[in-house]
Design a protein around this ligand. Structure first.
Ligand code: GDP
Ligand code: IMO
Ligand code: MG
Length: 427
């Protein structure tokens, strides 16, 4: 197994960071291929908890080279804050390599992200406010600033000025905000050039050489299938391609390099930000799931919206991403319920759907159809093999596997590295 993608199958925060770290000990490269510091991946090692936003989770494994691919948008201040923060905690964090083609999030992207959301009012997306969407918009609009631009000052200044000419008009005339100085932005960016220089490389070449040499490369997805700009609940999505196919574009490797796609699925469902979420529980049940699961955003601290496991959501992600293995997380959080509902269908205007509706209008009107499984009260956080689970836990997992249509190869029973039940080897 050489090229492996880890992808979220729901709306993010499934536990991709933990799963990546878990495999990291046997992996040579861990690559972030999309998104930016809108991500928040929590990894618990012993007594220490690390919240990673931009750095690949492989940073916590000494033998692993962390790579930031061309598909990522980088806020340089956040990058170095994160590196310095880890170094201060004794983590060797200065071996990261960065694509010369990755785009940079500037201060005007952050400003635009926030003012646009405010302007949208009730129609807001609920973004993380990190400037991610505006940076990708500039990339596609051919107005972006790339990492390599830091090393040609005159080009950098021209690009920043050109971009701001348009944005300042918008900021001042439409949003009634002060204009942003091109010189100031250019200087803020140039400040980082010396630190970036030794890290910048042709990461696509590095990864292809590594794959040729039989090394193991893990592509660590951020966000998730249902936040994908093409396949998610548009417009309530992120502005990049977190799906497994995005690993090829965002890292510069061909599709035949990917041997395995591991879909991460939480044993229930959560979502942060706005947008349709048929399984959402707005009552005390949802509150309890949030409390038991500690469902508060790693990046923004916002409470996550919670609901039971939605099989239609994960099933669709499994199909589009050609998921070969499911890693089921946070099963321990479901301990203590007498009955555990699973969403197995939607009722849309009186018609039953067994797969996700194709239009957003239908999805907005979908109400869940549940099936009920028996719960368990035993503490499963110490389970280390499938046989350690009570019969009802096994039945719940088996039913999810049947509904998803893909084998469940690993199960998380707690945030710690050791708190995992492996059923099939993932590497
Ligand atoms: P990511 O964005 O997909 O990496 O997920 P987050 O890190 O945002 O959220 C997942 C949270 O659940 C983190 O706080 C993890 O430490 C925690 N976690 C991961 N796997 C498990 C698990 O199996 N059980 C429990 N109880 N917590 C877990
Ligand atoms: P990880 O990698 C959960 C959501 C935001 C918002 C939408 C658009 O930790 O799973 P953006 O700032 O990207 O323009 O916001 O996407 N979102 C996430 N939700 N987990 C994430 O990352 C997310 N990254 C973005 O809440 O709804
Ligand atoms: Mg997260």
């Amino acid at each position: 197994m050489a090229g492996i993608v880890i992808v979220g199958t729901q709306w993010g925060d499934e536990g991709k960071g933990k799963a990546t770290d878990q495999l990291g000990e046997r992996v040579d490269y861990v690559v972030r291929y999309s998104g930016g510091n809108n991500a928040g991946h929590t990894v618990v090692v012993g007594q220490e908890s690390y919240a990673l936003h931009l750095l690949p989770s492989g940073i916590l494994n000494e033998n692993c080279i962390p790579v930031i691919g061309n598909g990522v948008v980088i806020d340089l201040a956040v990058l170095f804050e994160e590196i310095d923060g880890l170094m201060a905690r004794g983590v060797n964090a200065d071996r990261v390599i960065i694509s010369a083609n990755a785009h940079i999030i500037t201060s005007y992207h952050r400003v635009l992200d926030r003012v646009t959301e405010r302007f949208l009012g009730k129609r807001k997306i609920g973004t993380t406010g990190r400037g991610v969407g505006p940076a990708y918009a500039d990339k596609v609009n051919r107005m972006g600033i790339r990492v390599q631009d830091l090393f040609d000052e005159s080009i950098l200044r021209q690009k920043v000025s050109a971009s701001l000419e348009q944005k300042n008009a918008l900021l001042v005339k439409v949003y009634n905000r002060p204009a942003i100085s091109a010189d100031q932005v250019s200087e803020e960016l140039l400040m980082w050039a010396d630190r970036v220089k030794p890290m910048m490389t042709d990461t696509s070449a590095v990864l292809n050489d590594a794959l040729d040499a039989g090394k193991v490369v893990l592509f660590e997805g951020a966000q998730a299938h249902h936040l994908d700009v093409d396949f998610g609940t548009y417009p309530y999505v992120t502005s990049s391609s977190p799906i497994a196919a995005g690993a090829c574009i965002g890292a510069g490797v061909g599709p035949t390099r990917i041997n395995r796609v591991i879909g991460i699925a939480k044993a229930y469902t959560t979502r942060v930000g706005e947008g349709p979420f048929p399984a959402e529980l707005l009552d005390e049940t949802g509150e309890k799931l949030r409390r038991d699961g500690g469902e508060y955003g790693t990046t923004t601290g916002r409470p996550r919206r919670c609901g039971w496991f939605d099989a239609l959501v994960v099933n669709q992600a499994a199909r589009v991403n050609a998921v070969t293995d499911i890693f089921l997380t946070k099963l321990d959080v479901l301990t203590g319920w007498e009955k555990i509902p699973i969403v197995v269908g939607y009722d849309v205007f009186g018609t039953r759907h067994d797969t996700m509706p194709i239009t957003q209008t239908d999805l907005h009107h979908a109400t869940p159809i549940y099936e009920y499984m028996d719960g368990w009260t035993e503490d499963i956080s110490q389970a280390r093999s499938f046989d350690d689970f009570p019969a009802t836990t096994k039945a719940y997992v088996n039913r999810l596997q049947e509904l998803i249509g893909v084998r469940i190869s690993g199960i998380g029973v707690g945030p710690g590295r050791a708190q995992t039940v492996m059923i099939h080897d993932l590497l």
